[in-house]
Design a protein around this ligand. Structure first.
Ligand SMILES: [Zn+2]
Ligand SMILES: [Zn+2]
Length: 305
């Protein structure tokens, strides 16, 4: 089969919309779609500085690559989680990706910062739960301390669809009220705006983009994520997508149209300043400072050159 727009052999068959594309025309299609997502959901305003959180994996690498190519002002942050060799390899990939892109990379190492890596803490809390909490706190605080206007993550359509699906199955209406391609800043900017530029692109398309553009990435999944139920939900959605192309995007767009139903039920906890770090918290001490038993605030400010 040949590309729909030129004579070259097809590199990928898209199912929705149905078409065959060569690497160049697929790249063009992909980047146009990201640009449209940014405009449609107003993810990035003029002159805004964006911090891209790069894990070493494909989604965040592609996010950084496309934002840079579209001309946005980006820097990257890698959080080394301290999960043995998995984290060392992830950091290597993040470094290589940013070098290839010519984008500044900042690195925060959890073990050096907090004394223990993820998975080394004695707690009843599930590992993925405090890992998520730790990552979210660090990238938000890093962005806040350094004056970034937004934090970009690599969440793709499959991530979003499976997240919504899983939360519907459990009727977690509180979570369902708060998902979307953009989370506006809150609490005088102490909760920095979060954006998801790959919101409308499937995992398969992200993999194809990385391949077409020679982006190297860490393929391995985090050892703690093995057996996570979100992987099962992704499988179910992929089966449905196969039978009915467009299932995922229509599901997610339908959710965005009906989100106000969940918002009506939202019980927003009043936020106040954490007594330890001063960041937004629903209790006296924020969950990060409580979990890591912090005695003073972390400061990620980069020294001015
Ligand atoms: Zn072509
Ligand atoms: Zn705190």
């Amino acid at each position: 089969m040949r590309c729909r727009f030129c004579e070259k052999p097809a590199f990928i068959k898209l199912h929705y919309p149905r078409m065959y594309l060569c690497p160049e025309h697929f790249t063009e299609y992909f980047e146009r779609k990201v640009k449209r997502t940014i405009e449609r959901y107003k993810l990035i305003g003029p002159g805004e500085r964006i911090l891209v959180v790069v894990s070493g994996g494909k989604d965040s690498a592609v996010t950084a690559h496309v934002l840079k190519k579209l001309g946005y002002d980006i820097e990257c942050l890698h959080i080394n989680l301290g999960i043995g060799e998995y984290s060392e390899k992830s950091e290597e990939y993040a470094k290589r990706q940013c070098e290839a892109l010519g984008v500044p990379l900042h690195i925060v190492r959890v073990k050096e910062l907090l004394g223990h890596g993820i998975g080394e803490v004695r707690t009843r809390r599930p590992t993925c739960s405090y890992c998520g909490l730790t990552k979210r706190y660090i990238f938000n605080k890093f962005a806040y301390d350094n004056g970034f206007d937004a934090v970009a993550t690599g969440h793709n359509l499959d991530d979003e669809a499976s997240f919504i699906f899983a939360n519907l199955m459990n009727w977690n209406t509180q979570y369902l009220a708060k998902q979307g391609p953009v989370t506006p800043e809150q609490f005088n900017g102490k909760l920095v705006k979060k954006i998801k530029p790959l919101y409308e692109l499937t995992e398969r398309e992200v993999v194809a983009y990385a391949l077409a553009n020679g982006i190297e990435y860490h393929i391995e999944e985090c050892p703690h994520a093995v057996g996570a139920t979100t992987i099962e939900y992704k499988g179910i959605l992929n089966d449905m997508e196969e039978k009915r192309p467009g299932t995922k995007i229509n599901f997610v767009k339908g959710y965005l149209r009906k989100k106000h139903l969940f918002e009506a039920e939202l019980q927003e906890k009043e936020l106040r300043e954490c007594e330890v770090c001063g960041m937004p918290s629903s209790g006296e001490v924020c969950s990060f400072c409580r979990f890591w038993r912090m005695e003073k605030a972390l400061d990620f400010s980069l020294r001015r050159k």
